[in-house]
Ligand binder design. Sequence first.
Ligand SMILES: *[C@@H]1O[C@H](CO)[C@@H](O)[C@H](O)[C@H]1NC(C)=O
Ligand SMILES: *[C@@H]1O[C@H](CO)[C@@H](O)[C@H](O)[C@H]1NC(C)=O
Ligand SMILES: *[C@@H]1O[C@H](CO)[C@@H](O)[C@H](O)[C@H]1NC(C)=O
Ligand SMILES: *[C@@H]1O[C@H](CO)[C@@H](O)[C@H](O)[C@H]1NC(C)=O
Ligand SMILES: *[C@@H]1O[C@H](CO)[C@@H](O)[C@H](O)[C@H]1NC(C)=O
Ligand SMILES: *[C@@H]1O[C@H](CO)[C@@H](O)[C@H](O)[C@H]1NC(C)=O
Ligand SMILES: *[C@@H]1O[C@H](CO)[C@@H](O)[C@H](O)[C@H]1NC(C)=O
Length: 792
Amino acid sequence: MRPTSQLLLLLFLACISLLPIQAPAADKLQKGQNLTDSNGDTLLSAGGSFTLGFFSPGVSTKRYLGIWFSVSNDTVYWVANRDQPLVDKSGMLVFNDAATLVLLDGARRTVWSSDFTGGSSASVAQLLDSGNLVLRNGSSVAYPWQSFDYPSDTLLPGMKLGKNFWTGTEWQLTSWRSADDPSPGEYRRTLETKGLPELILWRGNVKTHRSGPYNGLYFNGVPEASTYMNMYPLHVTGLTARPTEITYGYTAEPGAPLTRVVVNHTGVAERLVWNTDTGAWISFFSRGARDITCDAYGKCGAFGLCDPEAALSGFCGCVPGFRPISTSAWQMKQYVGGCQRDAVLECRAGKTTDHFKVVPGVKLPDTQNATVDIDVASLEECKARCYANCSCLAYAAADIRGGGNRSGCVLWTDAIVDLRLIDSKQDLYLRLSKSEFGGPSVSLFPTWIIIGVSVALIIILVLLAFWFSTSIGQLILWLLEGHAVCLCIIRKATANFSGENVIGKGGFSDVYMGRLFGREFAVKKLRKDRLTDKGKEDFKREVKMMSTLAHVNLAKLLYHCREGNEWILVYEYMENKSLDRYIFGEQNRPRSSLNWVQRLEIICGVAVGVEYLHGMRFVHRDLKPGNILLSDTWKSKIADFTTAKLFIEEETDPTVVLTPGYVAPEYSSERALTYKCDVYSFGVVLLEIIRGRRRTSMATFLPDSWEAWSRDPRELLLDPEVAEPEGELLTRLARCVQIGLLCVQHLPEERPAMSEVVAMLTSTNSQLDMPMEPTANGGAGPIAQLIIDDTP
Ligand SMILES: *[C@@H]1O[C@H](CO)[C@@H](O)[C@H](O)[C@H]1NC(C)=O
Ligand SMILES: *[C@@H]1O[C@H](CO)[C@@H](O)[C@H](O)[C@H]1NC(C)=O
Ligand SMILES: *[C@@H]1O[C@H](CO)[C@@H](O)[C@H](O)[C@H]1NC(C)=O
Ligand SMILES: *[C@@H]1O[C@H](CO)[C@@H](O)[C@H](O)[C@H]1NC(C)=O
Ligand SMILES: *[C@@H]1O[C@H](CO)[C@@H](O)[C@H](O)[C@H]1NC(C)=O
Ligand SMILES: *[C@@H]1O[C@H](CO)[C@@H](O)[C@H](O)[C@H]1NC(C)=O
Ligand SMILES: *[C@@H]1O[C@H](CO)[C@@H](O)[C@H](O)[C@H]1NC(C)=O
């Protein structure tokens, strides 16, 4: 080394030692501390990836509070005071007296605050390793507020877009106004929740680009997503019949590089991934209205088909069987007028000669006005539905995972808009006049003879096949479902109510196992001494009620029968019988046979079932583990509706049904019946499932649960016989216990509605209220009428 460079090195080292020694930035801001712009204060997430602090965007001199990627400090993904810039460096972030995080300006006026409600309070703000800024009370796992719920222009792993229908909360991305101005700009990215879920880019109120509908794997217009889904798996939730929340989000697998999805102020939605080697962001996908080929929404008009390879024809054409409405406009490259049919359809009152033509490999058209049925089992069934409905113009599978099996069904009845060719596996089937399908086929016989003969042959074959198997019996059983059946059938199924077939005896009925044509049933026979007016009334109510209810989480009433003194209900048979056998370890079932994941699923199933009942205006009144049945796949189904009440008509019914331990205090003391009575019983069942003990076996069951949970949400009274949960599972269980405790609050108005319970159970990060201590003596008083389990 030359002397001059040695000197330089020495000088350099001297300079470094003279610099003020700054403490390493913490990831937390406690109540009483402050984060001050003029001091250059920041928070740094524990892993170091994210930094929170003050910044000025681009050439602007205004100051904002934001969070950025530590490796790329000009990549700010979240801004607190988007609309309220500070004019100088006098800004300060502190907790105010109301335990809310506030950003104050030089005059100590609040320019931004982390508003939250619900009686929660917070004493710590922490920048997590996910990039989420959360407020919490001490080390509580509940976040009364989190930045992930208020996205700016960027979606990070763990965040979500979409809508909660219960709370009305909507999560969307909004672009910056310009590179120098983070205030909300023209472009938004939302998750469309009508039709199939899909991401829409808006400019003001005009759609500029669609991602294509979600197909079970990825958004159909972004097939390249399948190349990075192993690193950044997609999560779309709420694809059920009556979802409380439909959202889209993604996560990052451990070790995957930093990533973000952003809508920039030029209207481009882009996924970027950080390349540590080059120190730059790489684009994994980018879409926007400016794309010159096919990305602009509805570029080729209704019934147009955009082909990104067809540069010579301006990318636009019509779908098969259609031609431009105005050829002169198309010559002037004005395509939005769209296309019209060559030959009219022939369909009246479901009778039709039309056929379907496949348009392969497309981004499916806008599904906003389409009819979606996710439960349709196959593409064939979907086709049949479209065929039978003259207003159906096209159909497609909603879900491509089964390769045509359990495919779901989308039916379009108005225009086909924004259709483009893309390298996807999804096809659109378009209804066209038969004249589009070539000339008449050469044939010796008229078509109707051929069809008639084939149909007759098929029917004969089918009947023969059935004849030689028990399937004909099964077919009959299936046809009879939901109807009254002859006592003879039930006698045959239960070997004339043979003692060997008894699987349960209760206060009101005996339950037999029945078997016929290979199918199994639970046959519930009302005991003769219970054939009182009330017993008969209950029976009729159960039949009437069950005929209006159908839900996967309710046991299904298959048949009923009333002949002389035989009053019989036939339910689907539940292989695994009732829940109490497992959670309390009864009848020699080890408690360890149900693991935590199964338990959580059972809890959710029961919640959804009760929510459905309440939606149909029924109160069950007698929820308990003995009334929760488990299918062979451990799906939970609620049973025993003898006591259920139609809420409006029979709100003040004098017949009190009480099972000690599960009954809500206001019902046992004042007989005040509301939906919240079921919520209470559900809460008790939930806690029993977690603890593996009967509430009735311990007077202090509820206060103990609350005590343990509130001391430390991770110190749960988990059933020790079940393998210990770890990590995320433990967090879910803590959340679940908190929900259970909210359900068993003493006052009905303190308990959440069942739909809220379902929303809380299905979300992993929504804010939860803090439960108060439940009362010990919430059980049935002396007037209790003991109901004995009589369900198998
Ligand atoms: C901010 O905190 C520092 C110490 O961390 C303290 O010296 C200063 O007075 C505080 N500023 C205000 C305005 O509270
Ligand atoms: C970002 O980093 C550059 C140099 O790496 C530095 O000059 C600049 O001040 C930093 N900006 C912020 C807001 O920290
Ligand atoms: C926050 O925690 C403190 C003790 O850490 C507790 O006294 C207070 O009740 C908690 N507040 C809420 C709303 O949970
Ligand atoms: C917006 O994104 C597009 C696509 O990556 C890019 O070309 C453009 O430079 C971006 N604009 C800004 C201002 O970041
Ligand atoms: C859906 O229907 C609305 C109201 O009729 C209409 O304004 C909109 O253009 C339709 N969307 C599509 C994609 O056809
Ligand atoms: C045909 O489909 C439309 C849209 O889904 C629906 O409104 C209409 O009731 C259907 N018609 C028949 C006869 O099913
Ligand atoms: C569809 O179902 C059939 C019969 O159940 C099965 O053989 C086939 O493998 C399934 N196809 C796919 C792609 O799952």
